[in-house]
Every structure is written in structure tokens, then in C-alpha cells.
Write a protein that binds this ligand. Structure first.
Ligand SMILES: Nc1ncnc2c1ncn2[C@@H]1O[C@H](COP(=O)(O)OP(=O)(O)OP(=O)(O)O)[C@@H](O)[C@H]1O
Length: 212
């Protein structure tokens, strides 16, 4: 499983956000995407996820396992995305949030899977909690598992560590990197922090094509 971008160019208001992007992210790798504020990092992730619409124009292709994702609607892309803020339904318990994200299986199977992924992150005891009862670090871990419950073929990480305090951040980053390696899926991490870079040789620094 690899994620490839081929000659990707995104336009906004008759200008190009950044130079054409070409890259291949291998299974199990966390590739870093950096660049100044507004240069188009989140926009590039939206393009990959299939959620980019007006007012942007796009050229180029995104391939998962050598198959173009362009014809696929967002729900069929199998691309998971994690944001700064955990995305959990407030009216559902932790285990219900994870079950809701599972694509298939009986309720019993989904529950079993959800409890097993909570055990993986040391949060079995939080199964019956509501999201408001979790600490920031716990919510981040549950949100990661919720994204992975959909069994994505690739993972996009849009500054998922930036709101966490230092210790929690280090712990969560280690968990994310280990999880990507264990699940053997390609991942792209948007960050402003050099400390988040998994491999200094695997970073793309987008350069803004205009000056504000
Ligand atoms: N819905 C939108 N409509 C119009 N312009 C937008 C929209 N969303 C983003 N932009 C513009 O697109 C450009 C790229 O934004 P984007 O959020 O991708 O940057 P970024 O590199 O992720 O920034 P940051 O590091 O601050 O998160 C910016 O000029 C932004 O103002």
C-alpha cells in the first residue's frame, strides 16, 4: 500500500498555491508536510481525502496502491483524517463512537473490536465514558482509534499534536508513529514543529506562491 501524488497543483483565485507536488509515501511511513501558514497544507490534505471543493481548482492525481482516487467519492476513498481537535460524537460513549465508525460486522463484533482497540491504547476503563469525561490526551487517542476503526488505507494527520501539552504530545506522537508502522499504512503529517518530523529526509516544505 502506497500513497502517491502526481503533479498536484491547486489553484485559488487565479493563482497557484504551491509548486506542483510529486511524492510517494510508503506503507508504514509518516511523511511530513511543512510550510508557512496559508501555503496550502490543509488544502492538500483535503484534496487527498476528497473533500476539496469550491473555490479551489485542482490538477494532478492521487493514487492509493497505484489506483487513482480521483473518480472515488469521499466515502469510498478509504482515507482517514485526524485533526487538531478530536472528532468524537458528544452524545455517544467512547465505545459507541468506535462502534459507529466500524464499516461492517454485527453489533457484537463491532463492540469486541472497539474494546480491543481501547485495550491497545490502555483505555479499556473509559469505554463507558462520554467524550467530555476524557482528558485531552485520552480524547486524542480515542480519536485516532475512531479514525482507524474505518480501516483506512492511508492516514492524514493535520496537526494532531499541536494542542497537546508537551508530555502528552510526546506520548501521543510515539503512539501515532508506532500505530502507522504496525498497521502498515502510508501517513502524511502536517506540522509546524520540527520535533514532529519522523524522518528528516522525508519532509516536503511547501512554498507559498504568493505574498500576502
Ligand atoms: N474555504 C476557503 N475559501 C477560500 N479560501 C480558502 C478556503 N480555505 C482555505 N483558503 C485559503 O487557501 C489557502 C491555503 O489554506 P490552508 O488552510 O490549506 O493553509 P495551511 O498551509 O494549512 O495553513 P496553516 O498552517 O495556517 O493551517 C490560504 O490562502 C487560505 O486563506
Amino acid at each position: 500500500m502506497s500513497l502517491k501524488l502526481k503533479q498536484v497543483v491547486i489553484g485559488l483565485d487565479n493563482r497557484q498555491l504551491f509548486e506542483p507536488v510529486n511524492l510517494t509515501v510508503a506503507a508504514g511511513e509518516v511523511f511530513s508536510l511543512m510550510g508557512s501558514s496559508g501555503c496550502g497544507k490543509s488544502t492538500l490534505l483535503s484534496f487527498i481525502a476528497g473533500t476539496l471543493g469550491e473555490p479551489f481548482s485542482v490538477n494532478g492525481d492521487v493514487l492509493l496502491n497505484n489506483q487513482s482516487l480521483q473518480p472515488e467519492p469521499v466515502e469510498k476513498r478509504r482515507v482517514g483524517i485526524l485533526f487538531q481537535d478530536p472528532l468524537l460524537f458528544p452524545h455517544m460513549t467512547v465505545v459507541e463512537n468506535l462502534m459507529f465508525a466500524a464499516p461492517a460486522g454485527s453489533q457484537a463484533e463491532k463492540r469486541q473490536q472497539a474494546l480491543s482497540s481501547l485495550a491497545d491504547i490502555g483505555l479499556e476503563h473509559c469505554a463507558g465514558f462520554y467524550p467530555r469525561q476524557l482528558s485531552g490526551g485520552q480524547a486524542a487517542r480515542v480519536s485516532l482509534m475512531r479514525t482507524l476503526a474505518a480501516k483506512p488505507g492511508a492516514l492524514l494527520l493535520d496537526e494532531p499534536f499541536s494542542k497537546l501539552d508537551r508530555d502528552t504530545r510526546d506520548h501521543f506522537r510515539t503512539l501515532v508513529f508506532a500505530t502507522v508502522a504496525r498497521r502498515n499504512i502510508p501517513a502524511i503529517l502536517v506540522t509546524h514543529d520540527e520535533d514532529d518530523v519522523a524522518d528528516r529526509n522525508r519532509v516536503l516544505r511547501l512554498i507559498n506562491q504568493h505574498s500576502d
